[in-house]
Design a protein around this ligand. Sequence first.
Ligand code: PLP
Length: 421
Amino acid sequence: MDLFEKLLKDRGHLGSHSHVDDNYYMFPKLEGEIAPRMMFKGKEMLTWSLNNYLGLANHIEVRKADAQAAANWGLGYPMGARMMTGNSDHHEQLEQELATFVGKETGMLLNFGYQGIMSVIDALVDRKDVIVYDAEAHACIIDGLRLHIGKRFVYPHNDIDNLETQLRRAERLTRESGGGILVITEGVFGMSGNMGDLKSIIRLKDKFNFRLLVDDAHGFGTMGATGAGAGEEQNSQEGIDIYFSTFAKSMASIGAFIAGSFNIIDHLKYNIRSQIFAKTLPMPLVIGNLKRLELLRSNPGLKDQLWVIVNAIQSGLKDKGFNIGSTQSPVTPVLLNGTTYEAMNMVRDLRNEYSIFCSVIAYPVVPKGVIMLRIIPTAVHTLEDVSQTISAFEKVKIKLDAGFYASQGEKAAILAKKEGL
Ligand SMILES: Cc1ncc(COP(=O)(O)O)c(C=O)c1O
C-alpha cells in the first residue's frame, strides 16, 4: 500500500477532525497584543489559554529588550551549534543566572523545551539503565523514553508506594546489568495542576540509588517563595539532580534550560545530541530571556498578582460547585460531564455568546464522559475577568446538564433516562 494513502485513510485522532474545522477548535488565530482580551474571528475574547503566567509576554521592558536585541544582533547571531560557533558571553551569563536562581551549581541552555528534554533523557541513559516515570508525564518525556533502548517502568500518577515497587524492580535489573536508575516526574503537571510529590520521591533516595530529573515547566516562576519552582515550594530543591524548565510559560518566550551540579551538566554539554547537532538559541532570545529573568526575580509582585487571580478563580469556581480536581498550582482544570459532541457545542457557545476563550480537552486525553475546560490564569487578568468567567461557566453548565448541547441521539437518550425507559 502507498504510505501516504494509508496515512490519509486514518488521519489520526486529531487529524480526523480536520475536515470540519475552520480554525475554530484547532489552529485558532488569536489576534492583537498578547493580553487577556484578544480578537478571535473578529470578536473580542477574554482568553484563558495563553502560557504567560507572569504577564511578561507584553511587558514594556521585555518588548524593548527584545526589539533592541533584534536590532543589535539580528535573528541569526551567533551562527552554528553551541559547541562549534554558537557560543557567547550572554549565553553563559543566562545559564549561570538561571542556575543560581534555582539553587544549582550551573546550567545549560536548550534551544527548545520539547526536544531539549528528550535529548537530556537520551544523554543520561544507556541500555543498561532503567527509567522510572510518572504516568501523567508530558509528551516530551514520553518521547524521550521512546529513545531509550533499556527498560522503563511507569508508576500511577504520584503513587509513591507503586514508585517504590518499580524502584525495587529497577534495582534488581540494574544490579545485574551494572546500570543506574533515572526517575522522571514533573514539578507541576500541566493538565491536572497537581505538583509531583517531590518530597516523598526524594525520601526514597534513602532506600534506593537513583537520580531525579524534574520537568518544572509549569512550576518555574509560579511556585515557591521566590518563584524557583515546585522544588522550592516543597523545600526539596536540593534533592532534584537535574532541574528542567522551558521558557515557554512564565518566561513567555522560547528556549529552555537544565540546571544541576558542574560535573553532570559538563558531561551533558558534550553528549547532548539535540544541542551538539543543532543551531544555538539566537541572541535576541538570550538577551530577551535575561531581561525576563531579571524581572521575574526582582518583581515578586508579579507572582503575587498571579496568585491573587489563581485564588480568586479557583475558590470562586469551587464556591459555585465546580469540580476543579486537586490542583495545587495556577493550572485550573474545570471538570464537567458530557460527550465530545457536547464539549464542542459548549465551547462554541462559550466563545460566541459569552466571549470566553479557553481550551477544551475531551476523550481520549480525559476519560470518556468527562469534559475538561482548562484555565491558565495570568498576573494580567483582573478580578472582573474572573467573575465574568465564573458567571459564564455557571450558565453553560446549566445548559450542558439540561442536554442543550447534546446531539439528537444524545437528547433522546437523556429523555429516555429521565423517563426511566
Ligand atoms: C511539561 C512540559 N514540558 C515541556 C514542554 C515543552 O517546552 P517547549 O514548548 O519549550 O518545547 C511543555 C510545553 O511547552 C510542557 O508543558
